[in-house]
Design a protein around this ligand. Sequence first.
Ligand code: ASP
Length: 314
Amino acid sequence: MDMRPVIVVHGGAWAIPDHLAESSTNGVKNAVTRGFSILANGGNSLQAVEATVRILEDNIAFDAGHGAVLNADGDVELDAIIMDGTNLAVGAVSCIKSIANPVMFARTIMEQTPHVMLTGSGANKFAEKMNIKKVPAEELVTENAVKEWEQYQKYKQSVTSLFNTERMHDTVGAVAIDHKGNIACATSTGGITNKMVGRVGDSPIIGSGAYADNFIGAVSTTGHGESIMKVMLARKVLFNMEKGETPQSAADQALEYMKNKVQGRGGLIVVSKSGEWAARFTTKRMAWASIANNILNYGLNPGENFQEKFDLNM
Ligand code: ASP
């Protein structure tokens, strides 16, 4: 099969404040460009989503890896997942500390263990054994994350009361289809500010934070994790596509269902097995970008879709 490669990325939903708007948009544009160049040079979709999410994890504008939000104790605890649509292989980590690129570690778990997810101290122990690079815990903490955490502490707001309002920066994810029609996805996050210690959100949960199947497509989600898990948002979008919906209407219907059923908001990116894609959200903003058919699309506000011609050799 010779498919035209497609890649879509998101840098999280919610109310990205104006002072982070430009860095979020530039961050997703930069990541999608580098991810696409892997596909254009013959790399596969799994390599592309891993590399793309790593770039986003290294960018402090986003809530993943460097720049992750802080839990109730003021610590970083990270979740991530990666999935290969060719054979439904999947690897995930939850509640890990001091690892700058959880998505790489998730891939190691997928490839080097008989399990799907490792968590907490066991995961950290396995990371040591596999020589996954560790960083001092404080290296992942940014000024913005501390500010956001202090704000929560000051106003003693519960985790849920701020969920649907002013969250600053967010989860990252990527979905891609390569020349051979192989599909993959990855999602990585620090979760939500002031979350209980040990809280695991939707992001590393198969079918909630991500899902990929060559016979249908792939999805990566962001938003209110407790809601996303209840409706298994990623797989729900793909179920809708299996019933014949386009990626866009499948996404809109799934997000609407989540809003009505559990009053949860979020966003997602999706690519189908034929290379159709969509980036949809019910939050105030979501940073996203895609490259398909030599066009770079991107947006941040509802209804926005900026387009630039994209030529790798330019
Ligand atoms: N879904 C993530 C979580 O709940 C956070 C987000 O995407 O905003 O952990």
